[in-house]
Write a new protein. Sequence first.
Length: 329
Amino acid sequence: MVKLSLILCVYNGEKYVDEAISSALDQSLEDIELIIVNDGSTDKTLDIINSYLIDPRIKIINQKNKGLGAARNVGMNHASGEYIGFLDADDWLDSKMCEVAYNEAKSNDTDITMFKIINQDDSTGEKYESDWFNLKNLDGRFDNKVFSPDDTKDVLFDFSVSACQKIYKNSFLKEIGAEFPEGIYFEDMPFFYYVYLNAERISIIREHLYIRRKHDSSITEKIDAKFLDTVPAGQIMFNNFVEGGFYEDYKFDLIAYKVNGPRMALASITDDYKAPLFNLIKEDYENIRKTEYYNDFLDNLGPKKKKFFLDMLKSDSYDEFIEINENKY
């Protein structure tokens, strides 16, 4: 068993994947494996991957394009490492990421160890920090300490959900049956909350061990059809809280978080997808109205989110919704 399995999933990543692979193989911790899932690339991605096959630590899995969630699940199924980490094909790792993260996780027997991410603007090369990726919601009390989800109830929804910001004990993931939703974007969100809430031992590292490339073609940069999936991702997340028995403990923040994601997406999504997103949100809210949780939405949402929720239910079309809201949602 190797100490750490890195899972790199790539689809048509010829522009950046070389740097991602190099950063994984140049780690100070050598006892790793790099599992590359080529998710049906049609460009030169596979040629670039094959150029690294001289390194025996690489496993390549070629499959038809199924999306990131399905590719990551395949990678996890093939991972033999004691711990698992994820690397996106357009990002790269600090050279000591695996060593520092593994030593922290191993010494404290953690299920999850989180570290800081730093952003780099692809056009200027400028690096910049963000509170979201800097674990700012965890104060000094969490330094050099193993903690549980019960210790972070008040800040759970302020965490970055990025799968790449953590390493996970492989046996723990298998024990809880962890997997990414398949066929949708924003698969990190339901995966993170499911895994985090089922963990018992968590720790953090206050070092930037992962570099996140910011460029125009990254998934979260352009608010287009991909953001339709904020609705099904939120449904999966909500159901995980309910089915896992976590709903009552988190319902106030959970309900706000579930409404706010699609609300913000609707405000920002390109005009040609506003009506389709409206239809998805309305259908979701109509289904909620039929459940025992409907009154919790009415009782726990703040004024702005509650108005959004009720105006959705009142409106038969996006145009009608806009008339009610006067573009202020």
